[in-house]
Design a protein around this ligand. Structure first.
Ligand code: SUG
Length: 444
């Protein structure tokens, strides 16, 4: 049965803004409090989805979350009508207003960890929403993420949904951004590689920025998904790169099928990882492409998000790499990419440049915006059909963005009761476009 890897992208929500909320994410800090353009952000995301769709890749859409999230503000003690709540939180606790208003759910590489059916004992696709407990604005996501995933992948004969792990610091889980699957063909059992920042007492730890992903969380997810221990490994991210702004492994490494592209400083022990993969990958020789720091420094990698590129297979099997425009703007990174496509020792055949500036300014590149789900034909047919991108749906979504999104948003605007109304109206319509029912609190 033909198994492909689908990409589900998070749609940027109407409150996309720059609030400097993500400590350790240098772009988020750098752009704190600059005005944003939610309409352009959503359009850029849709343009990337179109690029993938045009390449023949199965492309799906995941809706954004409801923000500002009034139920959270109520839980934090604010009361009254919605407009009063917004007024009071802005006056008394502006940081909470920012956290409750973030459009961070767009970065769906952090929505969940997914194990496809060839890897699981019950031959179902397993999903565990990430608890994202290291940052308040992101810790608000998992409950609704779980609802959304169930609405997009509803059929219990094919899809197994686990609840997020308990939101405890020792179980910090950031989802697929720290998870890579290697295989010779998507339908064959794969090797699942979990990369963590925080492990045992003896493991080295970053000194400046937090390590968000814990080994304990990765192990729990692997257990829940029933993964074969022989085909699952846990490797530590180099703490020195976390301290340089690599808050997720997908900022320093990316895999696709038999290919692993990574920076030489990505892992504590890349030799051990390579040996482990080489001893287990069946059906194909693994291809390791290690980029030395002399070609691209960690700083340059973080700035350009070279390793946050998407590497995808077109229907003919050829690999395409979707890179952020910032890669083209860096001479060293662009030269490195030119060398990559010319070098026949790796399967990457073409580079595509995407303008994702609005998301990039918050530290979210091409790969952050997508959740990969390998699906066989029956599973594909069991996905909520309206969540697949097709030319008509794309037009509908572009029109929807143009109708409902503002082209400028600054911090003061987050307390505007009209913004809350606009966002709810937009999301209510979106649930009809995507046919996902009432997933939002304001609809219940
Ligand atoms: O969690 N930025 C996100 C970016 C997530 C990128 N995802 C992956 N690498 N997979 C984060 O750091 C910034 C929000 C703000 O500052 O307004 C933010 O949350």
């Amino acid at each position: 049965m033909n198994t492909i890897e689908a990409n589900f992208d998070g749609l940027v929500g109407p409150t996309h803004n720059y609030a400097g909320l993500a400590f350790g994410n240098v772009a988020s800090a750098r752009n704190a409090e600059k005005p944003s353009n939610p309409r352009a952000a959503a359009r850029q995301g849709l343009a990337k989805m179109k690029l993938l769709m045009d390449l023949g890749v199965a492309q799906g859409v995941l809706p954004p979350q409801e923000r500002p999230h009034i139920p959270t503000l109520k839980r934090l003690g604010f009361s009254g009508r919605d407009a009063d709540i917004l007024h009071k939180v802005k006056r008394d606790a502006p940081g909470l207003l920012a956290a409750a208003s973030s459009a961070s759910s767009m970065w769906v590489a952090n929505a969940a960890t997914v194990s496809p059916s060839p890897d699981t004992p019950d031959r179902k696709v397993h999903f565990t929403p990430a608890n994202l407990c290291g940052n308040l604005h992101r810790a608000l996501e998992p409950e609704v993420t779980a609802r959304i995933l169930k609405a997009v992948f509803p059929d219990r004969r094919h899809f197994h949904h686990h609840p997020p792990l308990p939101p405890q610091a020792t179980l910090g889980d950031e989802g697929a951004a720290n998870h890579t699957r290697l295989c010779w063909t998507y339908g064959a059992p794969g090797l699942e590689i979990f990369v963590y920042g925080k492990g045992d007492e003896e493991d080295p730890t970053p000194q400046k920025y937090p390590a968000r992903q814990t080994r304990a969380a990765a192990e729990a997810v692997a257990r829940l998904h029933g993964l074969d221990p022989e085909r699952t490994c846990f490797v530590q991210q180099n703490p020195a790169v976390v301290d340089q702004g690599v808050f997720h492994n997908d900022v320093i490494a990316v895999g696709n099928r038999e290919l692993l592209l990574y920076h030489e400083q990505a892992f504590v022990d890349d030799n051990a990882l390579r040996d482990w993969v080489a001893a287990r990958l069946q059906g194909a020789e693994p291809v390791f492409v290690e980029i030395p720091a002399t070609d691209v420094s960690v700083e340059e990698a973080v700035k350009s998000y070279l390793f946050n590129s998407q590497i995808v297979c077109a229907p003919d099997g050829a690999m395409h790499m979707i890179v952020a425009q910032e890669c083209e703007e860096s001479d060293r990174v662009w030269e490195c990419l030119q060398r990559l496509v010319k070098d026949r020792a790796n399967p990457i055949r073409q580079i595509h440049v995407a303008d994702l500036r609005q998301s990039m300014n918050n530290g979210g590149g091409p790969a952050c915006l997508r959740l990969r789900v390998a699906l066989n034909e029956n599973e594909r047919a069991a996905v909520n059909p309206q969540c697949w991108l097709a030319p008509e749906r794309l037009t509908q979504l572009v029109n929807w963005v143009d109708l409902h999104y503002r082209d400028r948003l600054a911090f003061e605007d987050l307390a505007d009761p009209l913004l809350l109304d606009e966002s709810r109206t937009a999301l209510d319509r979106l649930t009809r476009i995507l046919g996902i029912g009432s997933v939002y609190d304001f609809q219940r």
